[in-house]
Design a protein around this ligand. Structure first.
Ligand SMILES: [Zn+2]
Length: 876
């Protein structure tokens, strides 16, 4: 699965969305085919000529108007464009109507600038053949981008002495200096301050303060700075700035050189359009509520504070150059509980992909058709598609060619929906595209340990298959994952095979190629294609569940064993979590330097080390349990329920996928290898969890370890501490309620997205308990229980009585705790329920205990510390 990677978050993303519309790729005009209508070509040349020479009469003469009103409107529109400083008309795709055509459409982009402003309009012109030749008969407005401005520092400046710019949780206190701004014609939207100022930023959420501490050493920011660059909407100027204390600077020249230097460095970094428009660069006006403040950090770095009114987590602090997201959270004290689906504009219902892979050259040639339903009217649809791919066309069965735009280096494809924008019934969008794309190794939803520093010279390892997954957008899709059924046809070279999730419908070899077709009948959140030297190992059916194996070279025997193991795991999970979300599962087993796996919908990819490497040890890692046979496969198959059949609602909710996969694997191993193996595994997870618990709460999700660029932090907290939290919750509510709650939760959110609160409510409904305090402490907060305890043993009739005093700390509510007293021959154990205030309990034994202990059954992830005397108890 793919979450908004904090590193790729951009400032004022909402504002940037607006500008995407006008940043376009102009496809080169296709060369005229021999049978093209020559009269139409001449007509188009006249059309261009009339625009270029601003010949209003010439333009109107191209028309065959139906009414006088139509003529008047056209004249008014074009006259306005022709009176601008500069206007340019381009065909988005030059029409080439065939000889004999009666009509054609022409999509054009019209740029018009009157300094310091500009706008871009998209028109669809309809032309029809008339007795005297071609004529325009209609012009449809297909979209417009205005609010483009040219920014500069004006001649005026203000003296700023004791003036504050106040934004959410942020203050720029200008102690003494000069504030330069844009010319009056634009209104106050961009500023450079030079002088002495203090920057203060104090995020209220404790986890954000901790992130700030990891970055800066302090829980809040308070620094002196020598300059700042500010962008906001002019309407926000008086609200955010204490303008009453600004007085005109009598002589702005002393600091102007420094202000110009800041302007040069910063002004083009935000709200700037990167597009082949005349007079570029152009800036966009921030939408009201959006703001950006850049300020220096140390000698070389610059930090940016940004408010992005269009985002759920609208308060941001980041280092743009190093792609570090330091803080991000919702303003106004709102809890960051939301679903990525809340803001989606379309629902994807079905993906149909026909693709030809030539993996030796990383070549992809594809046609992708998706069926979508508009959820809220939108004129454009923003899709993700990797920049390696060139788009040939976007069409729709319902409306022909659609305009599309791409933004340089943004990995997206923006489609103008035109008349489909308000369509209530679902419609299809077909994108034809191609390119050379080398998918980097998968890392999302992947349990893979870091590569060891082993010399592989003498250990031949098969090249692992190419995995086109959710990491890069290898087919056009909305910014967030969307559950949809799929049909995928993969064409690959003869000794290669492409595999995707779901059922293999057909497989045949023809013309030196392998052609495979798959169908995912249940909705999956993305489509993965694994292309490698793979062989179909056949189907194993057990009850409702079918597993089809695909083996890499030299992995055939191994694959049959893994298919059997997968069947057993799937049955084990189905018993606990309900029916498998994807009853037709593919299992790809291949060789790689590091063991690992990946689990897209209806598909499990397992990477095993070749036998020659299995003796080499791997680095310690929170997710490395490769010494426990079956661990990786058990983790990955569990993802079919946790992460695929139900998907986390946003990047913070990753534990619902990873912690559950990890804990499910532990449960499976307990079933297979026994209690001892389970406890050793929980002990290893406990060591990682306690080591990194203070880095941030589980609910920080993918941002854990981001600032220190250490993925182990994420895995230690989200996978291992997460698994422990599930284990503890299970202890709190009991087995029956725990699994009933889990099943109800999965059933309720099957093929949908869910968050922590949804899971809490499901467990509460099943157990009849209020579990909020546990979730507050263990998921949204940090800190694990501590038990200080002491014991004394006294002789009683017939044996010994041991009294254990316990004083817990950081306990969110009552928890079960095992007490044990071991004598030379037996161990007496009892499980008590400890409440926040603690207490004393006794164990009676026949012989004198040699060892008294707590939590031997690994019921709790807790620090257990024996003390001479528990604080708060009377001296004895
Ligand atoms: Zn996983």
């Amino acid at each position: 699965m793919r979450l908004p990677d904090p590193r790729t978050r951009r400032p004022a993303r909402a504002a940037l969305l607006g500008l995407l519309l006008c940043t376009l790729l102009l496809p080169a005009g296709s060369p005229a085919a021999p049978d093209t209508d020559a009269a139409a070509a001449a007509f188009l040349a006249r059309l261009e000529g009339a625009w270029q020479t601003r010949d209003l009469e010439g333009w109107l003469a191209l028309w065959d108007f139906a009414t006088a009103e139509q003529r008047a409107f056209e004249e008014e529109t074009v006259r306005a464009a022709f009176s601008s400083d500069e206007t340019v008309l381009n065909f988005l795709r030059r029409p080439t109507p065939p000889e004999g055509a009666r009509q054609f459409g022409a999509d054009v982009q019209v740029f018009a600038a009157t300094e310091p402003r500009a706008q871009v309009s998209y028109w669809r012109l309809s032309a029809e053949r008339r007795a005297g030749g071609w004529a325009i008969v209609g012009r449809q407005e297909a979209g417009q981008i205005d609010g483009l401005v040219h920014l500069s520092l004006g001649p005026r400046a203000f003296r700023a002495r004791g003036v504050s710019l106040r934004l959410e949780d942020f203050e720029l206190r200008m102690e003494d200096g000069t504030l330069y701004t844009t010319p009056e014609a634009l209104g106050p939207t961009a500023f450079v301050f030079v002088g002495r100022a203090r920057v203060r930023f104090s995020p209220p959420p404790p986890s954000e303060r901790e992130q700030l501490r990891q970055f800066s050493g302090g829980l809040a920011l308070d620094r002196e700075v020598g300059w700042a660059f500010i962008r906001l909407h002019p309407a926000d100027f008086h609200r955010a700035l204490e303008t009453g204390n600004l007085v005109p600077e009598t002589d702005p020249s002393p600091r102007r050189a420094e202000a110009e230097r800041v302007w040069q460095g910063r002004s083009q970094r935000s709200f700037t359009i990167d597009a082949p428009l005349p007079r570029s660069p152009w800036w966009l006006m921030p939408t009201p509520g959006d703001a950006i403040v850049d300020f220096p950090w140390g000698r070389k770095r610059v930090l940016t504070f940004a408010l992005s009114a269009g985002e759920t987590e609208d308060v941001n602090l980041f280092d743009r150059d190093r792609r570090l997201q330091i803080c991000t959270y919702p303003s106004g004290g709102r809890a960051p509980r939301y679903s990525d689906d809340d803001r989606r504009v379309v629902d994807v219902l079905h993906n149909d992909i026909t693709t030809r892979f030539d993996p030796e050259r990383f070549e992809v040639l594809a046609t992708h058709t998706m069926r979508v339903k508009v959820l809220s009217p939108t004129s454009t649809l923003r899709l993700r598609l990797h920049d390696d791919f060139r788009v040939a066309s976007v069409t729709t069965e319902e409306g022909g060619n659609l305009l599309f735009f791409r933004v340089r280096d943004q990995g997206n494809l923006v489609v103008s929906l035109g008349p489909l924008a308000k369509r209530e019934e679902p419609f299809t969008l077909t994108t034809r595209y191609s390119g050379r794309h080398d998918p980097a190794p998968v890392d999302q939803e992947l349990v893979q340990v870091r590569s060891p520093n082993v010399d592989f010279e003498d250990a031949f390892v098969d090249r692992p298959p190419l995995v086109y997954s959710n990491r890069t957008a290898w087919y056009p899709r909305p910014p967030n994952e969307d559950f949809a059924t799929a049909r995928v046809r993969i064409d690959s070279p003869a000794d290669w095979l492409g595999v995707t999730g779901g059922e293999l419908v057909s497989l045949r070899a023809e013309g030196g190629r392998t052609r495979a077709e798959y169908r995912l009948e249940q909705p999956g959140k993305f489509v993965t294609a694994i292309v490698g030297r793979l062989a179909d190992m056949g189907l194993r059916q057990e009850g409702e569940q079918a597993v089809r194996g695909f083996a890499g070279t030299r992995m055939r025997g191994e694959t049959l064993d893994q298919m059997l193991a997968a069947q057993e795991m799937l049955a084990f999970y189905a018993q606990r979590f309900g029916p498998s979300p994807y009853p037709a599962l593919g299992l790809v087993v291949a060789e790689g330097e590091t063991p690992g796996g990946h689990s897209p919908p209806g598909l499990v990819y397992l990477q095993l080390r070749p036998p020659a490497l299995r003796g080499h040890s791997l680095p310690e890692d929170p997710s490395n349990f490769s010494d426990l046979p079956g661990f990786f496969l058990a983790h990955e198959t569990a993802h079919q329920w946790w992460g695929e059949g139900m998907a986390p609602a946003n990047y913070r909710e990753r534990w619902l996928s990873e912690a559950w996969a990890q804990y499910s694997a532990a449960l499976w191993l307990r079933d297979r290898l026994g209690e001892g193996a389970f406890r050793r595994m929980m002990d290893r997870m406990a060591r990682w969890a306690t080591r990194y618990d203070s880095s941030g709460p589980i609910h920080l999700g993918q941002r854990l370890g981001h600032l220190v660029q250490d993925g182990r932090v994420f895995r230690a907290v989200v996978y291992d501490k997460g698994a422990w939290v599930l284990h503890m919750l299970r202890g709190v509510v009991g087995d029956e309620a725990f699994f009933a709650g889990a099943r109800a939760f999965l059933e309720r959110f099957r093929y949908g997205k869910a968050g922590t609160e949804d899971f809490r409510l499901a467990l509460e409904a099943a157990s009849g308990r209020d579990l909020r305090p546990y979730f507050e402490r263990w998921i949204y907060g940090m800190g694990l229980p501590v038990f200080l305890w002491s014991s004394r043993t006294e002789r009683i009739d017939g044996g010994f009585r041991t009294t254990i005093e316990i004083r817990p700390q950081d306990l969110p509510g009552p928890v079960p705790l095992q007490l044990a007293a071991a004598t030379a021959t037996t161990t007496e154990a009892r499980t008590i329920v400890v409440e926040a205030e603690g207490g004393s309990w006794t164990i009676e034994t026949r012989q004198e205990p040699r060892r008294v202990s707590l939590n031997d059954d690994r019921g709790l992830l807790a620090r257990v510390e024996r003390v001479a005397r528990v604080p708060g108890t009377p001296q004895r």
